[in-house]
Write a protein that binds this ligand. Sequence first.
Ligand SMILES: CC(C)(COP(=O)(O)OP(=O)(O)OC[C@H]1O[C@@H](n2cnc3c(N)ncnc32)[C@H](O)[C@@H]1OP(=O)(O)O)[C@@H](O)C(=O)NCCC(=O)NCCS
Length: 186
Amino acid sequence: MSAQALEIITPRLRLWLPDPSRAACVLRYFDRNRRHLEVWEPARPLDFYTADFWEKRLAENREDAEEGRCLRYFLELRSDPATPIVGAVNFTNVIRGAFRACHLGYSLAERWQGQGLMHEALEGALPAAFARLELHRVMANYQPRNERSGRLLERLGFAREGYAKDYLFIDGAWRDHVLTALVRTS
Ligand SMILES: CC(C)(COP(=O)(O)OP(=O)(O)OC[C@H]1O[C@@H](n2cnc3c(N)ncnc32)[C@H](O)[C@@H]1OP(=O)(O)O)[C@@H](O)C(=O)NCCC(=O)NCCS
C-alpha cells in the first residue's frame, strides 16, 4: 500500500494514522467525548481508556493498513495541528473474494459537530479506501434515532438496503439499525 492512502488532506482536515507516540492525544479524544460517543458505539474493551491500549492499537493500525486489512484514520484540523484529535474514520471488517466489502464507522468530537467536517472527511476518505482496499462496497449502519448520521450518509450517496432488528449491543441494549451501503459502479 502506498503512503498516499495513509494521509488524506481535505480543505480543513488532515486524516492520518498517528504513530504510537500520539497515544495520549488519541486517548484524550475518546476520554473527552466519552458520553457523546458511548451512546452510539459498541462497548469498549476494559483497557480502552488507557495509554497502553492506544500505544498497541496505533502500532497495529499501521501494520493493518500496510497489509490492507483495514484503515483507521484520525482527524486533525489543518488550521491548528496543535489541537487535539477531533475525530476518527474507520474502514474495518474487510472481506475479499466475491464480496470485496467493508464496514465504515466514524465519530467527531462533540464541539466540532454541525460544520460539515465529517462530510468533508468522508468525501476524502471514501475514494482512498475504495482504491487502496480494492473495495466494491462500503457498508455503514446507524440507529434510526441517529438522524444526523443518517443525513450524512444520504448526502454521501449511501443507499438504504435494509433494517436490522436488534443489530448491535450498544449502551446497555440491543439496538435496531438502518443498513446502508455505497457501491462502486465502475
Ligand atoms: C454523526 C457525526 C459524525 C456527524 O458529524 P458532523 O460533522 O456534524 O456531520 P456533517 O458533516 O454531516 O455535518 C452536519 C451538519 O453540518 C451542516 N454543515 C455546515 N456546513 C457544512 C458544509 N460545508 N458541508 C456540509 N454540511 C455542513 C450540515 O447542514 C449538517 O447539518 P445536519 O446534520 O443538520 O444535516 C457526529 O454527529 C458524531 O460523531 N456523532 C456521534 C457518533 C456517531 O453518531 N457516530 C456514527 C454512528 S452510526
